[in-house]
Design a protein around this ligand. Structure first.
Ligand code: ARG
Length: 467
């Protein structure tokens, strides 16, 4: 490597420098502590680049092969734990290049022809995120399947449906769970959409302006599986929109997870008692021997802050940056890595919760839907079917509910005579409509909670997700 510019370490910078970095600034500047995560992608990127350089006649094919083999040696050294960059390497790109030079000598110094760390890091990051998105999709499918299995087991189970967290109308539990499958599908679709913009190659944009070396950007793009190349070299090295977009999509995943987490926390409380948590997914208290705590969903709820924070941090890091590459971009990595790691771990935890951590208390649920006024709308709908305008029916039922509350009874406790006292058109058939199962079964509008509608949706998802 070039002249003795640093204190003990062998920097890749030019002989322009007389002095090494201040040790604290070396630490401050270095990204190797976290961009070591990009090792595999950095090797892939360099292997493709070397192949292209040799195909284009910039280096000989013997040199190309030697460099590629050297990079594979680094890969196997890393697999054995023998590749251990130090702070002096600054980042993964320098670390790999330095090791390659140590292995191969001067031929390795040809690798960086026609590229810069600026297009290199953008390439590595995109390759890394693309793989993460693909793996993540499988985890989202696992979660959808876990929800679907619970839904299929509870096609006949009813649960109070809430608005304003006040009992509103009973619904089929499967319907409730299917709502989350829909949310997760939107998350999957969003990630696929983001992926189309992740999957573009910035390689060959070089520092910012392109290069005079006769490279073939389409060649490296093809070798690395990118669908196309960035059209503008300055945009190529300074675009981190895809990192922001991914983190925004991940934030929505966390929103969805935390909504379900919150429901589970409520349901597991003594007050609701709608679910029991299995020992494998609940924790105890160090003080109170009777406690069984829902730490898992609480943590998922709590981890939202990290991911949302990263989104805010990334947007702030990007704003106002002049073209083209700025070192600020180095700050994208820890945020992205943690957003990916946190979201994936949260999805996995919630999958396990649904798979083996939760049991619905069907008896409590059955009595919950049978002990309130959540069938009041059905009386109004019944009156509408008798020709009474909805608003009048609504007012009338309001009076009925009020009198029931005063007398400490439910709608089903009124006799036919008492009903007729409120409205003479009411007949014996009203009683059937007040039964919770009938209330649910009657909601047959498309997208409604009627059993037949829910069964259609279960079939739809079973087919879509496979078995
Ligand atoms: N470690 C740097 C980053 O993460 C790599 C690119 C450095 N480029 C530069 N011109 N200093 O962004």
């Amino acid at each position: 490597m070039s002249g003795g510019v640093t204190s003990g370490s062998d920097k890749a910078w030019s002989d322009r420098f007389d002095q090494g970095l201040h040790p604290s600034i070396e630490r401050f500047n270095a990204s190797i502590g976290f961009d070591i995560n990009l090792l595999q992608e950095d090797l892939d990127c360099s292997i493709a680049h070397a192949q292209m350089l040799s195909d284009c006649g910039v280096i000989t094919s013997e040199e190309g092969i030697e460099i590629q083999n050297g990079l594979e040696v680094i890969r196997s050294e890393a697999a054995k734990g023998l590749f251990q960059p130090t702070l002096a390497d600054e980042d993964i790109h320098f670390a790999v290049e330095r090791r390659l030079i140590a292995l191969l000598g001067s031929v390795a110094k040809k690798l960086h022809t026609g590229r810069s760390r600026n297009d290199q890091v953008g390439t590595d990051l995109r390759l890394w995120l693309r793989r993460q998105i693909d793996e993540f999709d499988l985890e989202l499918v696992r979660f959808q399947n876990a929800l679907l299995l619970q839904a299929e087991a509870h096609r006949q189970t009813l649960i109070p449906g809430y608005t304003h967290l006040q009992r509103a109308q009973p619904v089929c539990l499967a319907h409730h769970l299917l709502a989350y499958i829909e949310m997760l599908q939107r998350d999957r679709d969003r990630f696929q959409d983001v992926r189309t913009r992740v999957n573009l190659s910035p390689l060959g944009a070089a520092a910012l302006a392109g290069t005079s070396v006769p490279i073939d950007r389409h060649k490296t793009a093809l070798l690395l599986g990118f669908s196309d190349i960035y059209a503008n070299s300055m945009d190529a090295v300074s675009d981190r929109d895809f990192v922001v977009e991914f983190t925004a999509a991940a934030s929505l995943v966390m929103v969805h997870l935390s909504r379900l987490a919150e429901e589970v926390i409520l349901w597991a409380s003594e007050e609701f008692s709608f679910v029991r948590l299995s020992d494998r997914c609940a924790t105890g208290s160090s003080l109170m021997p009777q406690k069984k705590n829902p730490d898992l969903p609480e943590l998922v709820r709590g981890k939202c802050g990290r991911v949302f924070g990263h989104l805010q941090g990334l947007l702030t890091m990007m704003k106002g940056l002049p073209l083209a590459y700025n070192k600020d971009f180095q700050e994208d990595k820890e945020a992205l890595f943690d957003a990916v790691g946190t979201t994936r771990a949260s999805v996995e935890a919630m999958s396990i919760l649904l798979e083996e951590g939760i049991e619905f208390c069907t008896e409590t649920l059955a009595s919950a839907v049978d002990s309130d006024f959540s069938n009041a709308t059905d009386v109004a709908d019944y009156l509408v079917s008798k020709g009474i305008p909805f608003r009048d029916a609504y007012q009338l039922v309001g009076r009925v509910v009020k009198s029931c509350i005063t007398n400490g009874i439910l709608l089903r406790d009124l006799s036919l005579d008492q009903w007729k006292g409120f409205e003479s058109c009411i007949e014996e058939d009203l009683f059937q409509r007040l039964v919770p199962k009938e209330v649910v079964a009657a909601r047959i509008s498309e997208g409604g909670t009627a059993f037949e509608r829910v069964d259609e949706q279960l079939l739809h998802w079973r087919t879509r997700l496979g078995s």
